[in-house]
Design a protein around this ligand. Structure first.
Ligand SMILES: Nc1nc2c(c(=O)[nH]1)N[C@H]1C(S)=C(S)[C@@H](COP(=O)(O)OP(=O)(O)OC[C@H]3O[C@@H](n4cnc5c(N)ncnc54)[C@H](O)[C@@H]3O)O[C@H]1N2
Ligand code: MOO
Length: 417
């Protein structure tokens, strides 16, 4: 039986970033940049006022409190370039007229005289004013030609703001890998309005995987509950490959029982079964295969926590590679309670973050770790991984913590492509 690291290495073998496409930034929300974006413009595009007040011609000198200035006209946001010989009233964001270089907020002047329209004609400073103050310079945020976003960066709302700010019309992003999902098991009921018959259960893995797959950055092609016969699954897999699925997931029918036909079906399809069963819990019966056309097949175990571990750690690893992202780096955080396990297999535990009085983070293992339990899954913020060699872990032992989604808090800048 393989250990977890060896399995991940086999998944990564020969797996490269998938094809790319050019999209308008808003259509690329949630996607991963395939190429770095360089700014095509200066931001801000011109020198402008940071405060409502008066623009002054100071040059390099400091003006003292009590100094008076003649004022002519007004410059509002949106007004085009013009030149000025004397001070002018100015609004936040307005382009500085040529010849003016400093802004004094209106709270720091007294108006001595008004013109007929009520505008200021002469002002006196109530404080000293340093040259260049309260001005935002052209390109001070980002200059034309400067790198704006790195390849591997996921586009979220803040990235959209930057792309919009620099006038970027198209970005090159990785196409979302296409995924088809099969749930097996004649005990499964999909319709929540239907009362359960004797021996039936509700399909919880289907909705979990469909949502998790979309949240992980894939495009869900189809979600099908297949009959418990090898022929049905075999046809469904052939259809998924014909539809262009890059990834196929199934849940259930992968262990040792009479109806656990996934390995047999894959054999009939001449798939290369890369591994089946890992030194881990839950999720030991996980199967990974490559179909003849290169489609990746993950046979996830049916127990809900086993299915979730298989998805979160192994399917997500493949998705990241297809998106051109480097392997995840977990957070190293201390356990807030002691834990014990048998040596010889990695143990994935539903876990949450806790914070002590000083705000230091720790990992709490939740109750309800049995692999059939769904309730605790919904209360976990992620997973703690207790390594295969460990047996007794005293409170305070540092462990790997992985959030519920593979996207890190950091910008994913390292490309695996
Ligand atoms: N003799 C052995 N029995 C089992 C072994 C073993 O090594 N030898 N492994 C156990 C482990 S560990 C796991 S995990 C499960 C995996 O079983 P399968 O992947 O073959 O899945 P099923 O037998 O079809 O179902 C297992 C369990 O999960 C429930 N299930 C299935 N699909 C769903 C779904 N979509 N939503 C909710 N629940 C689902 C199903 O009703 C079963 O209770 O095998 C152990 N047995
Ligand atoms: O791998 Mo199974 O998940 O222990 O129930």
């Amino acid at each position: 039986m393989l250990d977890v690291d060896a399995a991940l290495a086999l998944i990564h073998q020969g797996l490269h970033r998938g094809p790319t496409e050019a999209l308008a930034p808003r259509a690329a929300l949630g996607r991963v940049l395939a190429q770095a974006v360089y700014s095509g413009e200066d931001l801000p595009p011109f020198d402008n006022a940071a405060m409502d007040g008066f623009a002054l011609p100071l040059g390099a000198r400091t003006a003292q409190a009590g100094e008076e200035f003649a004022v002519q006209g007004e410059q509002a946001a949106g007004d085009a370039a013009r030149s000025a010989q004397v001070a002018c009233a100015i609004m936040t964001g307005a382009r500085l007229p040529d010849g003016l270089d400093t802004v004094v907020p209106l709270e720091q002047v007294r108006v001595l005289a008004h013109d007929v329209q009520g505008g200021a004609q002469r002002i006196v400073l109530t404080v000293a004013v340093a040259p260049g103050q309260h001005c935002r310079r052209r390109g001070e945020d980002i200059c034309r030609g400067e790198p704006a976003l790195p390849a591997g960066c996921r586009i979220g709302p803040p990235q959209l703001a930057l792309l919009a700010g620099i006038g970027c019309a198209k970005v090159s992003v990785v196409k979302a890998p296409r995924l088809t999902l099969f749930c097996t098991g004649r005990e499964l009921v999909d319709d929540p309005a239907r009362a359960l018959g004797s021996g039936e259960i509700r399909n919880s893995n289907g909705p979990y995987l469909a949502a998790a797959a979309a949240a992980a950055g894939t495009e869900l092609l189809r979600e099908v509950t297949v009959a418990d016969e090898p022929a049905s699954l075999q046809h469904a897999i052939a259809d998924a490959v014909a539809d262009g699925a890059r990834l196929i997931l199934s849940t259930g029918a992968v262990s040792a029982g009479r109806y656990d036909f996934v390995p047999e079906v894959l054999g009939a399809l001449r798939a290369d079964i890369v591994f089946h069963k890992l030194r881990m819990r839950p999720g030991k019966p996980l199967l990974f295969a490559r179909l003849p056309g290169g489609t990746l097949y993950f046979g996830l175990p049916g127990n809900p926590a086993s299915c979730a571990v298989g998805f979160r750690f192994f399917v997500c690893a493949a998705v990241r590679a297809l998106l051109g992202l480097a392997a995840e780096r977990p957070w190293r955080l201390p356990l807030v309670q002691e834990a014990s396990k048998k040596a010889g297999f990695a143990l994935y535990q539903k876990a949450s973050l806790t914070f002590d009085r000083d705000g230091r983070a720790g990992v709490r293992l939740l109750s309800g770790q049995e692999s059939f339990k769904v309730h605790s899954l919904a209360h976990a913020q992620g997973w703690a991984m207790l390594p295969a060699a460990a047996e007794h872990l005293p409170a305070g032992t540092s462990v790997d913590f992985h959030g519920s989604a593979h996207w890190g808090l950091h910008l994913d800048t390292e490309s695996a492509a």
